[in-house]
Design a protein around this ligand. Structure first.
Ligand SMILES: [Fe+2]
Length: 188
């Protein structure tokens, strides 16, 4: 499909836009990804809180195109582990992505299938380049929404299954009021 130029607005504080479709992930959609699953289940019984939203353009996934939108991770913790996105590799593993932080504070936690990992601080005005082969997950360490704007090649695809099965090698938890990166005891 040939497209015409267009523009849309995103709120810098909330990441919201009227033009994009929004998908929400609740704690019940990802409880097994947290270190303390019992705690997650206990929380869900009281209230199945929303962990994050992301907005999407409804384009076909073709290599000529780019997809962009916002990711909004809400503040919160399961035990001492911060709220985060599920995280994913791209189905076309070699394809990269850029995230630009609009507001909030957090980390982009990344790892490769070979075992390299990086945690890059996200704060307003900071752009993170996620090269091909690096799984990526954003983690909110602050007390307001962590809002990032992302762009990637439209045919990259999302592989959530690998992270769901194996977990991430590293986790970010709060210790003595500060974020600390630890080994994931559940990593396979
Ligand atoms: Fe991605």
């Amino acid at each position: 499909m040939v497209k015409k130029p267009f523009s849309m607005s995103f709120d810098l504080k909330t990441g919201n836009t009227e033009e994009n479709k929004t998908t929400s992930r609740f704690l019940s959609n990802m409880k097994d990804m947290y270190m303390d699953v019992d705690k997650a289940e206990e929380m869900i019984k009281k209230e199945d809180v929303k962990v994050y939203d992301f907005t999407e353009l409804g384009f076909d996934e073709v290599e000529q195109d780019l997809l962009y939108g916002t990711s909004i991770v809400y503040p919160g913790k399961v035990g001492n582990e911060y709220f985060m996105t599920k995280g994913h590799f791209h189905t076309k593993l070699d394809l990269a992505e850029v995230y630009y932080c609009l507001s909030g504070r957090g980390y982009m936690l990344m790892e490769t299938p070979e075992g390299d990992w990086e945690a890059v601080l996200l704060e307003a005005g900071k752009a993170v380049y996620v090269p091909g082969r690096w799984a990526h997950r954003s983690i909110n360490i602050g007390d307001e929404p962590l809002v990032t704007f992302f762009v990637f090649r439209a045919d990259a695809g999302h592989d959530y299954g690998t992270i769901e099965t194996k977990g991430y090698r590293k986790l970010i938890v709060e210790k003595d009021g500060k974020p600390e990166i630890i080994d994931n005891p559940k990593w396979k």
